[in-house]
Design a protein around this ligand. Structure first.
Ligand code: ADP
Length: 491
C-alpha cells in the first residue's frame, strides 16, 4: 500500500513531544510490513538538519494558491534515519516556518492551514496518488476538508484519509478568514455546527472538528483515551462531534521504538541487561548514583521523567518527591517546564534540596540522562491529570522499572495494578495504579510499591520482570492501522 503521512513533526528531526515519535515509529513499522511510506513536513529553520541524510531539492516550483494570489514554494527531499521525508519551504514575506520555533506564534492557525494546503498541492502537482493520506493533530485538520471539498474534483477522488488526534487540548480554534486562504470560499457553508464551527464559540472555526467530520477514519492514541474523549471532559468540547462520528472513531495504542529503547543494546547506558540477565540493572543504579552524586545506600530509587506542566500532575510530582524521601527512598526528577511559575518553583526546590544526598532534580531536556534513569531507577511515577497514551510508563516497563501511575488515558491500557486488578491474573500484572488526584491516593500506591521493595525484594523483582514481558513495540499498532487503512480504502 502507498501511504503518505502529513504532520508538523517527525522525530528526531522535528520533535516537540510524542507526536514526532509516533510519526517516525509508525512509518518505520509500516515500511517493515511491506508498505511504501512517505512523510510530508514543513521545512523549519530550527529543525535538526544533522538528522537528515541527502537533503536535496525535489520539486523546485510548487505554486500554492493562497488568498487572491499564489505562494512560490520549494520542496526538499531527504532521509531521516531511513524514512523518506519531503520538506515544504514557502518563499513568502510571511516566513511561515522560519521563526526559530515549531509552535507558539500568533498566526499558528494560518501557518498550518498554509502547510496543509501546500501539502495537498504538492500531492496534486507531483502526481502522487497515495492509497492513504494519514494526517495528525489540529495542524492538519483542514486537510481532509480540502480533499473532500476541492481536490477530489481535481483527480484525487480515490484518496482516503485517516486522521489521528494526539492531544485534544489544542484544536486550532480561530477566525474564519483562514478559509479564504485555503480556497474554501463559501464561508456560510463551512461555518455550520455540523461542519467547522466550534462547538462552544459560535464565531470561531475549529480545525480539529473539520478533521473529525471529513476524514474516513479518526483515531486517538489509546483505547481508554478514545472512551474518555467521547464521554468525559477530556474531549475538550469535541465529545458531541465524536459521538456523531463514533462509527469511524477508534483508539489505537501507540508503540515505542524498541530499537532505540532497548536495555540490551542502549548506547547511553553502561551496563546492558535483559530479562535473563537482570542483575546488571543494579550496576546501572550504581552508575546513576555516581553520575548524580546520590548517596550509596540500601534504598530504592523512584524517578519522574516528563514535562513539568499541569497535564502531568505537577502538584503530585512535587508531593511524590517529598513522600519518597519520608518513606526512605531516593528520588530523581528530570523535567522541563515551559510555564515560568512552575519552572521557578522547581528551581527553588532544587536549591532547597541541594545538600540532600537522596534527591536530585535535573531541570531541562536531557535524552542521554533519561536512558540512564530508565535503566537505573527501581520505580517510575507518572501521576498525570490526563494522558492520551504516555510513553514513559511503556519505556519504564521495558527497562524493568516498575511504574506507579494514575489510572487515566493510555496508562490504564498499559499498567495493571499488582494488588487490585480483575482483568489480569497475578503473573501478568506489572505496576501500581491509583485513581484520585489527592495526596492520599498517590501515597497509598507509593506505600505499596516501596513496602514490597523493602519487605519482599524477590516479589518486587518478579513484578519488574513481568513488566519486561510486555510487547509495546509498534508491531501490533501498525497492524491495527493497516486494518483501518484496508477498511477505508475500499469505501
Ligand atoms: P508527552 O508527549 O505528553 O510529553 P509522553 O509520555 O507521550 O509525553 O512522551 C514523553 C517522551 O519525552 C518520553 O520519551 C520521555 O522519556 C521524553 N522526555 C520527557 N521529558 C524529558 C526530559 N526532560 N528529558 C529527556 N526526555 C524527556
Amino acid at each position: 500500500m502507498y501511504i503518505v503521512q502529513i504532520a508538523s513533526e517527525c522525530a528526531p528531526v522535528i520533535k516537540a513531544g510524542g507526536l514526532g515519535d509516533v510519526v517516525y515509529g509508525l512509518s518505520r513499522q509500516l515500511e517493515l510490513q511491506g508498505n511504501c511510506v512517505e512523510i510530508i513536513l514543513p521545512k523549519y529553520d530550527c529543525m535538526r538538519y544533522d538528522h537528515i541524510w541527502g537533503l536535496h531539492d525535489a520539486y523546485r516550483d510548487l505554486w500554492v494558491p493562497w488568498y487572491g494570489g499564489t505562494i512560490h514554494c520549494s520542496v526538499y527531499c531527504g532521509w531521516v534515519h531511513g524514512r523518506l521525508c519531503f520538506f515544504i519551504e514557502p518563499h513568502s514575506g510571511d516566513n511561515f516556518f522560519n521563526r526559530g520555533c515549531y509552535y507558539g506564534c500568533n498566526d499558528d492557525n494560518m501557518r498550518f492551514a498554509f502547510f496543509s494546503k501546500a501539502a495537498m498541492e504538492f500531492l496534486l502537482q507531483s502526481n502522487k496518488r497515495p492509497d492513504i493520506i494519514h494526517c495528525h493533530d489540529w495542524q492538519t485538520g483542514l486537510l481532509p476538508v480540502m480533499l473532500y471539498e476541492m481536490y477530489q474534483y481535481h483527480g484525487m477522488g480515490n484518496q482516503r484519509i485517516c486522521y489521528t488526534i494526539h492531544n485534544f487540548k489544542h484544536q486550532g480554534i480561530g477566525g474564519v478568514d483562514v478559509l479564504w486562504g485555503t480556497g474554501l470560499h463559501n464561508e456560510s457553508y463551512y461555518f455550520q455546527y455540523n461542519k467547522l464551527q466550534d462547538n462552544f464559540n459560535p464565531f470561531a472555526l475549529n480545525f480539529m472538528k473539520g478533521g473529525i467530520t471529513y476524514s474516513n477514519a479518526v483515531t486517538t492514541v489509546s483505547p481508554n483515551h478514545a472512551w474518555e474523549a467521547h464521554y468525559t471532559d477530556v474531549g475538550c468540547g469535541l465529545g458531541h462531534t465524536i459521538h456523531l462520528h463514533q462509527q469511524k472513531f477508534k483508539g489505537v495504542l501507540n508503540g515505542i521504538d524498541y530499537e532505540f529503547w532497548n536495555p540490551e543494546s542502549d548506547r547511553y547506558i553502561p551496563y546492558h541487561y535483559s530479562k535473563t540477565d537482570f542483575d546488571q540493572k543494579l550496576y546501572n543504579k550504581k552508575a546513576l548514583r555516581e553520575k548524580l552524586l546520590l548517596g550509596e545506600s540500601e534504598k530504592p530509587i523512584i524517578a519522574y521523567i516528563g514535562r513539568l506542566d499541569n497535564q502531568k500532575g505537577v502538584h503530585l510530582v512535587h508531593h511524590a518527591m517529598y513522600y519518597a524521601l519520608s518513606r526512605g527512598a531516593q528520588f530523581i526528577l528530570l523535567g522541563s517546564a515551559t510555564e515560568a511559575g512552575i519552572n521557578s518553583h522547581f528551581w527553588h526546590e532544587k536549591h532547597h534540596l541541594n545538600n540532600n544526598p537522596d534527591v536530585h532534580l535535573e531541570i531541562g531536556f536531557n535524552e542521554e540522562l533519561s536512558h540512564l534513569i530508565y535503566a537505573g531507577a527501581d520505580m517510575m511515577v507518572v501521576p498525570s491529570n490526563y494522558e492520551p497514551c504516555g510513553l514513559t510508563q511503556m519505556i519504564s516497563l521495558n527497562y524493568g522499572t516498575v511504574p506507579i501511575v494514575r489510572g487515566v488515558g493510555g496508562l490504564v491500557n498499559t499498567v495493571f495494578d499488582r494488588d487490585y486488578n480483575e482483568e489480569k491474573p497475578p503473573e501478568e500484572r506489572n505496576g501500581y495504579v491509583f485513581y484520585q488526584t489527592d495526596f492520599n491516593a498517590l501515597e497509598s500506591a507509593m506505600d505499596r510499591a516501596i513496602g514490597l521493595w523493602y519487605v519482599y525484594p524477590k516479589e518486587f523483582r518478579k513484578l519488574a520482570l513481568q513488566g519486561m514481558q510486555y510487547d509495546y513495540s509498534w508491531n501490533n499498532p501498525a497492524k491495527e492501522y493497516m486494518e483501518i487503512y484496508e477498511n477505508i480504502r475500499h469505501k
